[in-house]
Design a protein around this ligand. Structure first.
Ligand code: MN
Length: 716
């Protein structure tokens, strides 16, 4: 049972001139108004503020903080007002009580990601505004979690989760290790009872067995330090908390099997010099493990923690950690902020200012050491430019001071910003330009008819909102410009008798855009619409390109005519069917060279008339495009019974022709045609006759060659 006298004498033990009357009055006031209230445990409610006050004295808090601790639930849980607290106990106590009441996490979303949770921690510090509010909050939480067993399960889990995610890390950041460990372990047990039981069973098994080992280590080290003339040292051991053992198991993926994984030894000495001295001694007697030495004296941890850490291998092969520190460092590590308290004229001043609040300092960006009492309004000092606003789901958004409902909407989602017509702020309807304050719960109201307006730029403050609004407006402007540009271009083209779609189909714009260095036709519309690009310039380029195209197409036509002519020469060819690879291809025989089976042949690919088969030695081929000539294997020659072959020769006596014809018929070669014409007193004869293959042709040629009066015989 705690007595008020104990609280008062505790304050007097560390505070030179406390206002004991204030503390006593706070006690009486709180007892009176909580009188008919009880906790879940059945105890009178006052036991809770009383316990909080006691924890605060353990943290060496000043009289006003202890008084505020006693009064911290009065405003929230009784009809008493903050004004009354201020009247009876002064503005400072009222300010602290108000802070404790306001810093609430009952509606925050604890399932959020780590960044959001960090925002919640920042918000905690911001809302607290005074470090002493944080102390009272932590003391309050510590007592709540110590007595949590009487609460319903759901509430227990929620409190444990808040504790693990927000309160314990904050206790850690301000160096309250003992409180941090207790908060963490108690919360861990509630949230993960199986894991906690598992570790506890292991500890129950390991720790008693290790007693002798611990004594031996302490004895050995003690003897060494005495021998090395270190005076006034103290050796302690510390077994890790359940939660940090679990973290170690999870993070490093190891099982705990022995004491070495969970114990740390601590050597406390008088001076910093001795710390390094002891480190040297340990390293000369035991083998240090490389990479395990950490100098937190030269470079303290962000929360101000100082010590040397090293891990060595004992002669038996066990690896153990040693922390080496001075008594002052030890005190700071154990007491956190309270170690820096000094009391001057009854006002607590942190001895080294806010030096230990490196975390706070980072956000505070305080360059000089500031006496503690000067930063009562830490919220504004730490985050002069930020406000903390909640979504209805309990996520925190950090916005710059002056941010409006619209900024918030854009911060949640761009689409929400664009459609925002107002918001319910703490349940009350507010316009889009309403300036938000920390702690506001904001529910955006949207309409699908809403769209961003230029005037919005006059009141939004966030970069995100500004750029999204500008983006939207410029997109809209672009759309208008595009339409104007398109109309203008089409109209101007029409004046020259040109049609946009025709030109587009002809592909003329590709070249035009290249010439005027514009990426797309849409861009061109926009530029012309905005007056950034002259439509006359565009027309000039179109006409230039049209002329080029026309010239090209004339040339093309000419070329095509030529090709056609060549193809037409072979127009009156017979259609034939190739065998083998070329089976099915439309083919004809050339009339110029009349190929027959057994001849070397090639094919000429015509434009649209299939392949024309020539003899490989045909003179006509020299006039044809070589890239259209393809080799055709002899075997592909179309199968048919008769072919026509042509021979040409000269003679002086045309009367022999009847003999030749008679002779051919006799040998079975049918005559197709005989043409003759007179050239320079000679007769040129062209003889077409039917054969089976080139062997027949050869035979006939040889026969004619041996005939008198015939010269220059050859295949055509
Ligand atoms: Mn409370």
């Amino acid at each position: 049972m705690i007595r008020i006298a104990d609280i008062c004498s505790a304050i007097q033990s560390y505070h030179p001139a406390p206002d004991i009357e204030l503390v006593k009055r706070a006690y009486i006031y709180a007892s009176y108004y909580h009188a008919n209230q009880f906790r879940f445990s059945g105890e009178p409610y006052i036991v809770h503020p009383f316990s909080v006050a006691k924890i605060l004295t353990e943290l060496k808090a000043d009289d006003k903080t202890v008084a505020a601790g006693l009064l911290h639930d009065v405003v929230e849980d009784t009809p008493r007002s903050l004004q009354e607290i201020a009247k009876f106990f002064g503005d400072e106590v009222a300010f602290l009580v108000d802070g404790v009441t306001k810093v609430s996490f009952s509606n925050v979303n604890l399932d959020a990601d780590e960044r959001q949770i960090e925002n919640l921690r920042k918000m905690f510090v911001f809302m607290a505004r005074d470090v002493r509010v944080i102390l009272i909050k932590l003391a309050d939480r510590l007592d709540n979690i110590r007595t949590i067993e009487f609460l319903p399960e759901e509430k227990r889990k929620r409190i444990a989760e808040e504790t693990l995610k927000i309160f314990a890390p904050i206790a850690h950041r301000i160096g309250l290790y003992k409180i941090k460990t207790e908060l963490e372990d108690r919360a861990f047990e509630i949230l993960y009872p199986d894991a906690a039981n598992f570790i506890k069973r292991k500890l129950d098994e390991i720790v008693p067995k290790s007693k002798k080992f611990i004594e031996d280590v302490e004895k050995t080290v003690s003897e060494i330090l005495v021998k090395e003339k270190i005076e006034n040292f103290k050796i302690e051991n510390r077994i890790k908390g359940v939660c940090s053992i679990w973290e170690k198991m999870i993070k490093q993926g190891i099982d705990i099997d022995s004491i070495y994984d969970i114990i740390g030894f601590r050597i406390i000495v008088n001076t910093v010099g001795e710390c390094y001295n002891v480190l040297g001694i340990l390293h000369s007697y035991f083998k240090p493990i490389p990479g395990k030495f950490k100098d937190y004296i030269a470079i303290p941890k962000p929360n101000g923690y100082k010590s040397l850490h090293t891990k060595v291998i004992l002669p038996e092969g066990y690896k153990v950690e040693f922390q080496i520190r001075t008594y002052q460092m030890h005190k700071e590590a154990e007491e956190g902020i309270a170690a820096h308290w000094v009391y001057k004229d009854g006002t607590p001043i942190s001895e080294s200012g806010l030096k230990i609040f490196s975390w706070l300092k980072n956000v505070l960006q305080l360059s000089r050491e500031t006496p503690y009492y000067e930063v009562k309004n830490i919220g504004e000092d730490i985050y002069p430019d930020e406000i903390y606003v909640f979504t209805p789901r309990g996520d925190v958004k950090i916005l710059p001071r002056g941010a409006t409902v619209l900024d918030f909407a854009y911060a949640v989602h761009s689409e929400l910003g664009e459609r925002c017509v107002g918001a319910k702020v703490n349940g009350k309807l507010q316009p889009i330009d309403y300036q938000l304050r920390s702690g506001d719960i904001v529910e955006i109201i949207k309409s699908k008819n809403q769209k961003p307006k230029r005037a919005w730029l006059n009141f939004v403050v966030t970069q995100r909102a500004k750029s999204r609004i500008k983006q939207f407006i410029s997109k809209e402007d672009k759309q208008v410009a595009k339409e104007i540009g398109e109309t203008t271009i089409k109209r101007e083209l029409r004046k020259f008798g040109l049609n946009f779609s025709d030109l587009l189909e002809k592909g003329i714009f590709t070249k035009v855009l290249e010439d005027i260095k514009v990426k797309s036709i849409e861009d061109l519309f926009v530029y012309v619409g905005m007056g950034k690009f002259s439509v006359q310039n565009f027309l000039r380029t179109v006409r230039k390109n049209l002329e080029i195209l026309e010239r090209k197409s004339e040339e093309q036509d000419k070329k095509e005519d030529q090709d056609k002519k060549q193809d037409q020469q072979q127009e009156e060819l017979r259609e034939v069917q190739l065998t083998g690879d070329l089976k099915g291809v439309k083919t004809r025989f050339a009339l110029c060279c009349t190929p027959v089976p057994g001849d070397e042949i090639v094919g000429y690919i015509t434009r649209g008339y299939g392949i024309v088969i020539h003899r490989a030695d045909c003179k006509q081929l020299g006039h044809l495009r070589t890239d259209r000539i393809v080799k055709i294997p002899k075997q592909s020659f179309p199968e048919q019974k008769e072919y026509v072959s042509k021979l040409r020769f000269f003679t002086d006596s045309p009367e022999i022709i009847s003999d030749i014809v008679k002779n051919l018929r006799k040998n079975g070669y049918g005559i197709s045609s005989i043409l003759s014409r007179e050239v320079n007193n000679k007769f040129e004869i062209e003889l077409a006759f039917k054969v089976k293959d080139s062997y027949d042709v050869e035979k006939v040629m040889n026969e004619l060659k041996s005939t008198k009066y015939i010269t220059d015989i050859q295949r055509t």
